[in-house]
Every structure is written in C-alpha cells, then in structure tokens.
Design a protein. Structure first.
Ligand code: SPD
Length: 351
C-alpha cells in the first residue's frame, strides 16, 4: 500500500504513514479530522486515501470516507485501533492555560474579533485567540517578555504583537506586516489604550532589515511560509535581528503543509548553518481558525469526499530556538524566484 501511495505523493510514503492514516480513518470518517488525528501533510494523507480507495478498501459517501467490507476486514486483521483522546481539555494539549483573567488578556479578547478577515494572497489564516494568549504566556514563563525588545515578523493577523503590547511588560515591540489593514487596525487600538511600547509598521519582508534592526532584538516571532527557501529567508533574518547568545526566536511549523522530510531540512539549517539550538517543540500548540478561501485551494481539491472542514483541523507545532555563541543569521533580500513560490510547492497546498 505504501508503495502504491508513493506514486501520488511528493516523496516516499513509508508504512507508518499508511498505518497512521488508517488508524485516523478508524477514528473519524471526515478527511480533515483524520488528517488532524494522523498529524500528516494533506498531500500524503490524500495519497494514502487514494491508494486505499483504488484497492476497494475505502469509499467516499455523502462527504465522508467509509471503510468497505473488505476494508473493515483488513482493519480487523491488522488489529488497528482508533486513536485515543488523552489530551488535557483545559490546555488543549499546550501544557499551559492562557491567563484569561488578566487585564491585558481581557483587553485582547475585547478587540480580537474585529480583526480584518484572512486574505489568500498573504496565506493568512489566524490562530485562535486562545493560541495567541498561550504564546504570550509561554514567553512570560520562559523569561522572554519582561523588559525585552521584541520583533514580530509578519503573520500579525494572529495579533501577537498587539497581545504583547497590551501586557505593557516588554520594553519595545516592533510589529512588521505587509497588510496595511492590520497595521491600521492595531494603530487605532494602540491609541485607544494609550500604549507607548508597540510600533506597528507596514513592511514587506522580502526586503532586508535596516542596519539598526540587525542585532537589535532579544526575541523574534514569526509564522513563516514553509517552502524551504522562504523558511530559510524568514528564520535567518530573524536570527540576524538577535542581539546576543541567549536571545530567542519563536515560530510555527506545521505537519499539514510540510512533511517530516522537510522538518529535518529546517532543523539542519537552524542547528548547523545558523548555530541555534531548539529548546522547545510543542506539537499542536497553534490552532488556526478555518479561512474563507479554503474552497479555492489545492487542499480542497485533494479531498476525495469533497466536504469542507467542519471544525479546526489545521494545527502547527510552536518552536522556540535560542542563540548560542557563534550564532549567525543572514539579512539578504528574498530573491524574486523565492517569492514566486513563497507559500505553495509540492507539499504546501493550503494557500
Ligand atoms: N493557508 C492556511 C493558513 C496558514 C497560516 N500560516 C501557517 C504557517 C505556519 N508556519
């Protein structure tokens, strides 16, 4: 089965992938929910489903994926069980509960629902408010908030810079985003709240940073596009912005638009080329609210059952990396050919 599925996937499908997806399909007949349970890129999950359907083990029926009698027999013969649900319901598996009762969190909750709607051209798809609050809580817990100079590089539809600003505990927060709607939205709130430590500005991250930002920050945050050159360009630039050893970066990496093959390359870049150490990888920390342009994506076309997602299925791991002596970033411009395929390639299909 793995060999057959490999014909439809960008890289080799190995037997564990088939087993994961089959177990996920025992847990849910919904394509998107099954991907979430299997924690597998859309393209690989679709390849396994296609191979199972061609072998007459699985069929699509009224938007759902159902085992055929032959499929059910195989599942039983292999002893495959649905995945159990042991996740903590309070923290949703993040390992910490956002401090909803704190004044800054309450202020954030008051504003967040008015944020501009996601745009496909920028691959927007915002994380849930709980995710944003949990990210700030994690920074506070790791000593990466109080008195720090913080740089937020894009993905500000997640409103991370705003949430950090509202704590009034960072020394300075510089927020960069290409989407002028978001920058205008934040400027209004900043004025209303009388915040003096947050500076949002429209910035195209294809351009190099001005000299004063190089080595100017204690912390960077981003949620980068996941094609390899785009990832390298974003993270290397974040690293170039760090002041000294002990400074840190936070970012999200999915297993929806990237495979473990690609994670290995990302990790090699960060550790070997940039001299960073990975201190945290918290799976499924980031939950993304479904975006309005789903039906126009390749991901949607890859679902043989056709039905759109009914609940949150797109999640990512939250990484924290820390600079060690000798670390090295790069502040090169992002080349036009990198930008052309910034969001989509053979694995990235949700934009
Ligand atoms: N296109 C779907 C929304 C994706 C949001 N960006 C996730 C980037 C993760 N590094």
């Amino acid at each position: 089965m793995a060999r057959k599925a490999s014909l439809y996937a960008p890289s080799e499908v190995y037997p564990r992938m088939v087993e994961q997806m089959m177990r996920a399909l025992c847990s849910s007949s919904d394509f998107w929910e099954a991907i979430d349970r299997a924690n597998m890129p859309v393209v690989f999950a679709a390849a396994v489903v296609r191979a199972l359907m061609e072998a007459d083990l699985l069929k699509a029926h009224h938007g759902q994926l159902q085992w055929t009698p032959k499929g059910r027999e195989l599942v039983e013969a292999l002893g495959l069980r649905p995945f159990p649900h042991y996740q903590c319901l309070n923290c949703e598996g993040r390992g910490l509960v956002p401090p909803y009762h704190k004044p800054w969190a309450e202020a954030f909750m008051k504003y967040e629902s008015h944020r501009p709607a996601p745009r496909q051209e920028y691959d927007q798809g915002s994380v849930t408010p709980a995710t944003t609050l949990a990210r700030v809580a994690l920074m506070e817990q790791r000593g990466d908030l109080d008195g720090k100079d913080i740089l937020v590089m894009g993905a500000e539809d997640d409103l991370m810079g705003l949430a950090i600003g509202l704590t009034r505990r960072a020394r300075k927060v510089v927020v960069l985003d290409i989407d002028e709607r978001i920058i205008a939205f934040e400027k209004e709130i900043i004025q209303k709240e009388g915040l003096t430590n947050i500076h949002p500005q429209v910035f195209d991250l294809r351009n190099p940073f001005p000299a004063e930002w190089e080595g100017g920050f204690d912390i960077f945050l981003t949620d980068p596009p996941e094609t390899l050159p785009a990832f390298k360009a974003f993270i290397a630039r974040g690293v170039a912005a760090l002041k000294r050893p002990g400074a840190a970066g936070y970012f999200g990496l999915t297993l929806r638009d990237s495979s473990l093959y690609r994670w290995r390359k990302f990790q090699q870049e960060m550790v070997s080329t940039m001299g960073m150490v990975i201190t945290d990888i918290i799976q499924d920390f980031n939950h993304y609210m479904n975006w309005g342009y789903h039906e126009a994506t390749r991901a949607s076309a890859l679902n043989p059952a056709g039905a759109p997602p009914r609940q949150i299925w797109y999640k990512s791991a939250w990484y924290r990396i820390e600079a060690l002596p000798g670390f090295q970033g790069s502040n090169e411009p992002i080349q036009p050919e990198v930008f052309e395929s910034l969001y989509s390639d053979d694995e990235g299909v949700t934009t």
